[in-house]
Design a protein around this ligand. Structure first.
Ligand code: ADP
Ligand code: MG
Length: 313
């Protein structure tokens, strides 16, 4: 085991963590209407709760008056439709292959939540290239004015599709559980995105916390390794407790905030949504939200002709 892995996997047990930096809970009042904050939801390890968190954060933001678009960016194993109990007609892949218009694919789930679904089991059908990333950004841009938040719910790991799509988002939101395997994979993901895209600004949510002190332990462990070996630390937005209501909601195919709105996990998610509102206000004040999506310098102008030429017959 190398030094980085040792730092993440061993050492102090729970309850001996460094102080967590506070995140303001209230957005400052402002006369300017809120701009759109785009977030890429990422994890090193799969199954840590990205999709459940994304949907329920969107519903918590809706409760707070914000409107959200959730893009299912897990092109191989898409499942937002399953969690919502909806059967969409088309998918993001149809758009990327030039078979459908974006506006025809968006599904209105509730007044404050729209979803752009993806198809599952189509992993080899679409590889997101710089050109298709540019096309998606160009096509999404005119529709984003009405949204306060756009979440790109991505697949786990560091595959090319994840890296290409995550580059579009202003905020890279990493999700981990306190498990050493999830932590080491989360660290590796940040290391790769830092090396490939120069990203140093990550926000982090710790999901499935089981006992007191586990959140602080995770923050210390992950933050410590990042600061020591990468030279930056993620900002921790909060933790969500492990709660059997989450799995029950999945089985009901109804989001937790609807099926078990008073559950402990639902309360934790609402607290994180408040912090996201504060983060958006801070970023807006610093002039970081315009335009809402980022097109990196290496991204060529969208070229539908070139893209369609790759369409399989
Ligand atoms: N806070 C939690 N408490 C209990 N179970 C959870 C929690 N968060 C997620 N889960 C479980 O983990 C499973 C995987 O979650 P999912 O959102 O699909 O992960 P990912 O998108 O990262 O692959 C869910 O089916 C749910 O049962
Ligand atoms: Mg998922």
């Amino acid at each position: 085991m190398d030094n980085e892995s040792l730092t993440l996997a061993e050492g102090q047990k729970h309850g001996q963590a460094a102080e967590q930096k506070p995140v303001p809970d209230q957005a400052r009042p402002s006369d300017t209407p809120p701009a759109c904050l785009s977030l890429a939801v990422l994890s090193g390890k799969g199954g840590v709760g990205k999709t459940s968190l994304t949907l329920n954060l969107a519903l918590a933001l809706e409760e707070a008056g914000a409107k959200t678009l959730v893009v299912d960016g897990d092109l191989g194993l898409a499942n937002i439709d399953v969690l919502l109990g909806i059967a969409p007609d088309g998918s993001l892949q149809d758009f990327l292959l030039g078979r459908a218009r974006l506006e025809d694919l968006v599904v209105r789930v509730s007044p404050g939540l729209d979803v752009l679904p993806a198809a599952s089991g189509a992993e080899d059908l679409v590889t997101v290239t710089q050109a298709s990333r540019g096309l998606l950004a160009d096509s999404l841009a005119p529709h984003l004015a009405g949204y306060g938040f756009v979440f790109l719910d991505l697949g786990a790991g560091i595959a090319a599709n994840v890296r290409e799509l995550s580059a579009l988002a202003r905020m890279k939101l990493v999700v981990t559980t306190p498990e050493p395997t999830a932590l080491t994979d989360c660290y590796a993901l940040m290391k790769v995105l830092n090396a490939s895209q120069g990203t140093t600004d990550f926000a982090c949510i710790v999901n499935s916390v089981q006992e007191e002190g586990e959140e602080a332990f995770t923050v210390q462990r992950l933050g410590g390794a990042c600061s020591r070996f990468l030279g930056f630390e993620p900002r921790f937005l909060g933790a969500v407790r492990q709660d059997p209501a989450v799995a029950k909601a999945v089985c009901l195919r109804e989001p937790l905030l609807r099926s078990f709105p008073e559950s402990g996990a639902a309360k934790d998610i609402r607290a994180i949504a408040r912090r996201l509102l504060a983060e958006r206000a801070r970023m807006q004040m610093q002039g970081l939200l315009d335009p809402p999506l980022v097109l990196p310098d290496d991204s060529p102008q969208a070229d539908r002709a070139a893209l369609l030429a790759k369409k399989p017959s």
